[in-house]
Design a protein around this ligand. Structure first.
Ligand code: NDP
Length: 277
């Protein structure tokens, strides 16, 4: 078993590190310190968004790190109120400037915001940004099957990923299976359940943790990797960042994976995609 972060090949041929670091709810003033810590732990894939208000802090940490751009994978996202054509171009330019980058590796529509009915128009804008080379890959987030199927029917480029709320207690089989069937990789946000559901206390998680000499969080992150999900757990704390990264030297058995998958039960811990507009 190798200790390097596995990569997945996306449907456009680019590769993505399967394990990264997310910065939702990381305070703008703390972001540079926190992302600097994450990079020093070994993370090279950073997931941010315009709405997080911390792209500048991410960019400052990346610049200060001296890490070659080719080793980094940076994702940001278009917020709902910038959906459209020119507004999406402008929002993308602003994100790129705050990040201090010439290109992002992945640009996402953050939510379908169906009540506004602009995600098809926005996707066409992302297709143009993609053509310009300033977003190497483009994808979506929080899309349900009706949003994905409409997108596939009405536009040219298939999203490389759909970033959705996903953890053992809420696995979204319908959208996951649909996405995989169309070559769309799954990024699992809230991979640890955002601390809102006591996943760590589940007996099967605790038993697997004990068996492998790992923590419950490590077992859950490992479950995601073995399920084929891309994950970027967030932590403000350097020792938990290191803990979450230290998941590459063990493997859950098939029965452990199955037992954790059987935890599906609570539904989403966060907002429904049709309600975020
Ligand atoms: P996570 O499931 O990653 O949970 C983060 C919480 O778990 C924090 O409270 C953190 O606390 C705690 N935590 C982290 N590691 C450990 C550990 N080893 N042991 C115990 N507690 C731990 O939730 P997120 O919502 O942050 O999801 C991850 C990323 O997904 C986000 O940062 C963001 O990039 C993305 N995301 C995308 C969304 C979208 O709509 N596309 C929506 C939400 C998230 P502490 O910081 O104190 O360690």
């Amino acid at each position: 078993m190798t200790n390097t972060v596995p990569t997945l090949t996306l449907n456009d041929g680019h590769t993505i590190p399967q394990l990264g670091f997310g910065v939702f709810k990381v305070e703008p003033t703390e972001t540079t310190r926190i992302v600097t810590d994450a990079l020093s732990v070994g993370y090279r894939h950073i997931d941010t968004a315009a709405i997080y208000g911390n792209e500048q802090g991410v960019g400052d940490a990346l610049a200060a790190s001296g890490i070659d751009r080719s080793e980094l994978f940076v994702t940001t996202k278009l917020w709902n109120d910038r959906q459209g054509t020119q507004s999406a171009f402008d929002a993308f330019d602003e994100s790129l400037e705050k990040l201090g980058l010439d290109y992002v590796d992945l640009y996402l529509i953050h939510w379908p915001a169906p009540a506004n009915d602009r995600y098809i128009e926005s996707w066409k804008a992302l297709e143009q940004i993609h053509d310009s080379g300033r977003a190497r890959s483009i994808g979506v987030s929080n899309f349900l099957v009706p949003h994905l199927s409409r997108l596939l029917a009405e536009t040219d480029v298939v999203p490389v990923v759909n970033q959705i709320e996903l953890h053992p207690a809420h696995q979204q089989p319908e959208v996951t299976e649909y996405a995989r069937r169309h070559g769309i990789a799954i990024e699992a946000w809230g991979p640890l359940g955002q601390g809102k559901y006591p996943l760590f206390d589940e007996t099967v998680v605790a038993v697997a943790a004990e068996a492998h000499g790992k923590s419950p969080a490590q077992v859950i992150i490992r479950w995601h990797l073995q399920m084929g999900n891309i994950v970027f757990p967030k932590s403000n704390n350097r020792s938990r960042m290191a803990e979450n990264f230290d998941v590459l030297d063990f493997e859950l058995s098939k029965s452990e994976v199955a037992a954790i998958s059987a935890l599906e039960r609570v539904g989403r811990v966060s907002a429904h995609p049709n309600e975020v507009n």
